[in-house]
Write a protein that binds this ligand. Structure first.
Ligand code: TYD
Ligand code: MG
Length: 455
């Protein structure tokens, strides 16, 4: 009797492996996430690497040119990577479907094609579809080779044959290695394909970009399971029906994860936005209740965004809280603090909060701006349009210090704002600014300064 092929069960959500099927993953607690995957023995040979094992070298003898970078000339893209693409690196570009990952990498490919051959592997779209998009973006295609293929073996062979200076794999979820018996897109396939490509990137010194789709629920095996394998992880984000896109690094072995790139979508592709604050504030209505400008920091870059709140009496059932661009849980907390510490109760009102331009902010320094916007909407009294608000709110209604205050205020000054309300504790961090800075120790005090407090 031939031996039964070895199988293992892998959680499609987090990659946890188990010899038995289980209804609930002990690691990520997802239900019904286990899929059986056949384990195929690695090829015979000492290490199963398919190449000669390497010998250790002294740290001092490692060649210093190891960090040569390939700049695309798309400044926002290069900046996020830490100054260009590092030779032999493997980078994951994640994002929701349709957000612009293929477009961005096609534009990067076109920029690099001037320096050498670029190989664009598409497992999702046919060569004709890719070409159509490129043509729409005004990309002629000289120096870009297209390969519509999903079989990893053929792709690796093509890379070895063509010797490109840059490779795009679009997307890693469609790739398929025959060393693993399960379907493309499964965790084992993803890991195997990424690991082989990483090996190739390092061995042949060619930079490889992997595109990975993330779904909102993260239910399908996503790029998350690859994050620890690759050298850098970038995410392209934005609201689907808005034009702005933010490129952010969440991991970077060759640079900081602090930088973001801002792009605007257009008919002929992504365009760099060099002065994001100006663009985000362009359509601001002044003197409208519920509108507040918040100086946030994305990485090391200050960014002024407009927060809008709308508060209306609840006409039926439970009050609604609708948020775009920031954490809904955080809004609930701010509403509670507003009610308890500033006497502004929204318990019988619907609250809508929106970040203009499709941006997302996560930092707590935006708390005060959000709270002032809601208070202003609730009181139906506009906050001063020439003032910016910044500060983190504690549960006691106290205002806490924020980082990089000077940078934020400088940007506000540059854009013509005159006044800033900041946490009192942060005043000591400032030495001189052109704005009139007012410190507030508590939410109540800040609301008074904003002119939206209870009278
Ligand atoms: P695409 O790059 O295919 O998204 P992803 O690879 O992340 O799924 O972009 C989706 C669609 O949007 C595609 O039809 C091209 C179009 N698009 C533009 O027209 N202009 C742009 O600037 C971008 C980024 C995309
Ligand atoms: Mg795509």
């Amino acid at each position: 009797m031939p031996p039964r092929p070895k199988t293992s069960f892998v959680c499609q959500q987090c990659g946890f492996q188990s010899p038995k099927w289980t209804g609930r993953c002990p690691s990520c607690e997802g239900w019904n996430t286990f899929v059986e995957e056949r384990v195929v023995a690695p090829p015979k040979g000492r290490s199963g690497l398919g190449r000669a094992p390497r010998a250790p070298i002294a740290l001092g003898d490692v060649p210093a040119d190891a960090e040569e970078r390939l700049a695309t000339g798309i400044a926002e893209f290069d900046r996020v990577l830490g100054g260009g693409i590092v030779q032999g690196s493997c980078v994951l570009l994640g994002g929701d479907p349709g957000i612009g990952k293929s477009s961005l990498l096609m534009q990067a490919s076109a920029a690099l094609a001037e320096k050498g051959t670029v190989l664009y592997v598409s497992g999702e779209e046919s060569a004709a579809q890719v070409k159509l998009r490129a043509r729409r973006f005004g990309i002629g295609g000289d120096g870009i080779l297209l390969l519509a293929e999903t079989d990893l073996g053929s792709i690796i062979e093509a890379i070895r044959r063509v010797r490109p200076i840059f490779v795009v794999i679009d997307s890693i979820q469609t790739m398929n290695s025959d060393a693993i018996a399960s379907a493309a897109g499964g965790v084992s396939q993803l890991r195997e394909c990424a690991a082989r490509l990483l090996e190739l990137a390092k061995g042949d010194d060619v930079p490889i970009f992997l595109v990975g789709h993330v779904t909102k629920e993260g239910a399908v095996a996503g790029p998350r399971v690859l994050e620890h394998i690759v050298d850098a992880v970038l995410y392209l984000e934005g609201e689907r029906f808005h034009a702005f896109r933010i490129l952010r690094a969440t991991k970077n072995r060759f640079g900081s994860t602090d930088e973001v790139g801002v792009f605007e979508m257009g008919d002929n592709g992504l365009r760099e936005v060099q002065n994001p604050s100006e663009v985000f504030l362009e359509e601001r209505g002044r003197g409208v209740a519920g509108s507040v400008v918040v100086p946030t920091v994305e990485g090391t870059r200050p960014l002024l965004v407009e927060v809008q709140a709308l508060v209306t009496p609840t006409s039926f059932g439970l009050p609604r809280r609708t948020v775009t661009g920031t954490d809904p849980q955080r809004l609930l907390l701010l509403l509670a603090v507003l009610a308890k510490r500033a006497g502004l109760n929204s318990g019988s009102h619907d609250v809508y909060v929106n970040l203009v331009g499709g941006l997302r902010i996560r930092e707590p320094a935006a708390d005060l701006g959000l709270a002032v916007a809601v208070a202003s909407a609730l009181r139906d009294r506009p906050a001063d349009p020439r003032t910016v608000f910044v500060g983190e709110l504690g549960l006691g209604g106290e205002l806490r210090r924020v980082q990089r205050l000077a940078v934020r205020l400088k940007e506000a000054e540059r854009l013509g704002f005159e006044r800033a309300v900041v946490p009192a504790a942060s005043l000591a961090d400032l030495n001189g600014t052109g704005l009139e800075v007012q410190g507030a120790a508590s939410l109540r005090e800040a609301l008074e300064r904003a002119g939206v407090a209870d009278r």
